[in-house]
Design a protein around this ligand. Structure first.
Ligand code: CO
Length: 402
């Protein structure tokens, strides 16, 4: 087999649809052969870009594009201190681009390289929300009419139902995105009760707690929601409090999902082997790309845990395609989060995966099937923006996890 070398590694920063995205292009010494990978850490995009151009680029130029595993191991070990969201994203950009290239070299979509499809498409969930119960119901009906059977029910920007009740606050609190954990919790219970009353149990409902509760309140929420049979509850606890999951599981059969904040095998290993979770939710680029994700999926299969990879707007269509190719080849796939692609995103990323009736279909083209229009990408420059939700505060002004 003819060896092909990495000729150059480039970073593209682009913000179609108003989200700062990082995409990596690996060029080869074979004319016309290149690959794309997702390296999006939207809150720190320049830092990831610098890690790639200052460190990975000089390390990897001239190396063989076929040697994906060798390059992944070398890149991870080359800094001595391993993992973390910045370095993992940098490695992911190169890793996914190399899988894209391998598919193009083989003339096959990446799902064929991963063993072939076990299902034609991946079921996805969308977000349903509303400031009132009636608005929420309307939003659910809109999604159901489009064919979705899985919906994530949220409480709007920090619990608008609860905002009708006043927060008790001291004088002099700073600006921020305020929520009261107890009011938020009552709001979630009310929404689940209402939706089950209106729609029955033919619809799968998900909720993301986003670490808003104290551990013992997380126990209460998990017990109380059991009657409404959620598909899963996500991040009821922060990763550093995950031992409390034992208490929750002793009292509630609500499936537990965790993982979008994980950045190291240390974060997931014990949770999996001790059966503390039911769904793994990692963000592929945050753990280093497709190479570690397929191993993680296989580890989960051994322990009866299903995949539900993180897929909101801060992910390029290249990254979405990478996890979709994994979804359709993973026997223990559970569900895929999907935010949708707006027109600007589709313009910059021709070949976005197709959505039909609640299912996302991977491209049959060689590689991941997603390209980048580099001219269109520069029309949407990145700029640092700090969304309000990352400045979350408790009613007394304390800054907390968003
Ligand atoms: Co989440």
């Amino acid at each position: 087999m003819k060896k092909i070398a990495i000729r150059d590694i480039k970073v593209l920063l682009t913000a179609p649809g108003g989200t700062d995205l990082v995409v990596v292009k690996v060029e080869t010494d074979e004319p016309g052969l290149h690959g794309w990978g997702c390296a999006t850490f939207t809150q720190r995009y320049e830092t990831v870009s610098s890690a790639i151009t200052e460190y990975l680029r000089p390390l990897l130029i001239g190396r063989c594009v076929q040697d994906i595993e060798e390059i992944w191991q070398l890149s991870m070990n080359s800094a001595y201190w391993r993992n973390g969201p910045v370095l993992n994203n940098a490695i992911s950009g190169v890793d996914e681009a190399l899988w894209d290239i391998k598919g193009k070299l083989a003339g096959m979509p990446v799902y064929e390289l991963l063993g072939g499809k076990v299902r034609p498409a991946a079921a996805v969930y969308r977000y349903a929300d509303g400031a009132t119960l009636n608005e929420l119901e309307e939003d659910v009906r809109r999604h159901m009419a489009a064919g979705y059977r899985y919906l994530r029910v949220q409480t709007g920007e920090h619990s608008p139902l609860a905002k009708t009740k006043s927060l008790v606050q001291p004088e002099g609190v700073p600006n921020g995105s305020y929520y009261d954990p107890k009011q938020y919790m009552e709001d979630v219970i009310e929404r689940f009760r209402y939706l089950r009353e209106v729609f029955g149990y033919g619809l799968e409902l998900i909720h993301d707690v986003h670490e808003k509760l104290s551990p013992i309140d997380a126990v209460y929420l998990s017990k109380t929601l059991e009657a409404y049979r959620p598909f899963y509850l996500e991040d009821v606890l922060p990763p550093e409090q995950s031992e409390w999951l034992d208490l929750i599981r002793a009292q509630s059969s609500v499936p537990m999902a965790m993982g979008e904040l994980f950045v190291s095998p240390k974060d997931w290993k014990d949770l999996i082997v001790s059966h503390r979770i039911d769904y793994i939710r990692c963000h592929l680029s945050m753990i280093g790309g497709l190479t570690p994700a397929r191993k993680l999926a296989a580890l989960c299969e051994c322990f009866g845990i299903r995949t539900a990879w993180h897929g909101p707007y801060d992910l390029t269509p290249v990254g979405m395609a990478a996890q979709l190719h994994l979804d359709v080849t993973t026997p223990n796939f559970g569900i895929q989060e999907f935010y949708g692609f707006d027109s600007e995103v589709k313009q910059v990323f021709p070949g976005c995966p197709e959505m039909k009736g609640g299912f996302l279909y991977p491209s049959d083209k060689p590689g991941f099937g997603v390209e980048v229009d580099e001219k269109a990408a520069v029309e949407y420059p990145c700029r640092y923006r700090s969304p309000a939700w990352v400045e979350s505060r408790l009613p007394d002004g304390t800054a907390v996890r968003p």
